[in-house]
Design a binder for this molecule. Sequence first.
Ligand code: PMP
Length: 431
Amino acid sequence: MNEVDQALDIAIASFVAKRPKTHALHERAKAVMPGGNTRTVLFSAPFPIRVERSQGAMLYDVDGHSYLDFVGEYSAGLYGHSHPRIVAAVTEAVAGGLNMGAHHVREVAFAEAVCKRFDLERLRFTNSGTEANMMALAAARCFTKRSKIMPMMGGYHGGTLYFGGGVASPVNAPFECVLGRYNDVETTRALIQQNASELAAIIVEPMLGSGGCIPASLEFLSMLKEESSKAGIVLIFDEVMTSRLHPNGYSAKIGIQPDLKTLGKYIGGGMSFGAFGGRAVIMDLFDPTRPNALPHAGTFNNNTMTMTAGLAGLTEIYTPEVCFAHCALGDKLKTDLNEMFMRYQAPMQVTGMGTLLNIHAVSGDILRAEDAAKGDLRIKRLLFHHLLDEGIYIADRGFMALSLLIGERESALLLVAIEKFINKYRDLLRV
Ligand code: PMP
């Protein structure tokens, strides 16, 4: 066993010793949920922290520990915990009637706001980003009357649309896929051209989220736009995460308009949310007054809590000014962390932009998910445990989504805590 394993063993033993109630709850959970878990990303060995309550930027666990929350509910928690305006909106929605089983007033204003903000001619709501992507792909297949789709290796579009490690997950929806290579213009262009007559859709995250916050180059996205237009393939930008990086979404930031966009996460104000939308000529296939209209179901698609909280969040809290300022804060945190890693010559780096960042234990360029995966996972796990001890919660894969309650003070605390990590483990990091 080498010294990194030893350090990790010590960190994990200390984690367990400090969390008897968490441990006991995990044992109970295991009896009724496989591995005590109902959402894979939240699990970390030997068992994950178990939160009792949250407020503002803080999480409080069942053993009395508190953490500054840098996970931000994997980007759905932009407004922090129990933002007063969101609480008021949800309260108002509940008081006015929860599940109407009918078209209602609130969904109209919310749909108008989302369409205007993200430049969509039409949209439909879903309950999750996964559903939004499933429906967008299905729409593209019906529109083009073709069957294959092109996701990217390392892409993530939901639990049934996951291509990490360059292969389709065994629980994926059984779409026939041609996998593109992220940020590789020529290889992917050739694949599109070879399969042009059979491809219904190309689906891409303009910045890989789950794959490690790796932005696509402008050249790569421009090529996808050019080739998809030429071949009549529906180009889908999965903006479930990236829409928050510009007031009008990432497509507006880079000036490339796909045929369809999918949205999710924070846009529902923290409630269950997803949406897909874009060109009317595709979306109107779902118009129920049309003969042979495509069906699209979902009991909670227009639930009043999401519609009300989402509208308040988008129009009253995450205004364009707030979006620009918050993204600038995230960019500064990224620069500061990278400068610190360079100063210590620690083999680590932060990728991403704005308020979506990922720490990697990798030096050298990160252009694709496989580059990020090359890092020493044990170093990231050590960092995760070190930060928990410092009262800071990041995802164990190094991911951070900064909520609006993360400001300069909180960023400074993270910097100090990571500097301590480098000093504590300098021998292991060889700095
Ligand atoms: N697309 C992307 C880019 C995502 O990051 C996620 C969630 N992490 C999804 C789709 C799926 O969204 P949901 O979890 O709401 O189904």
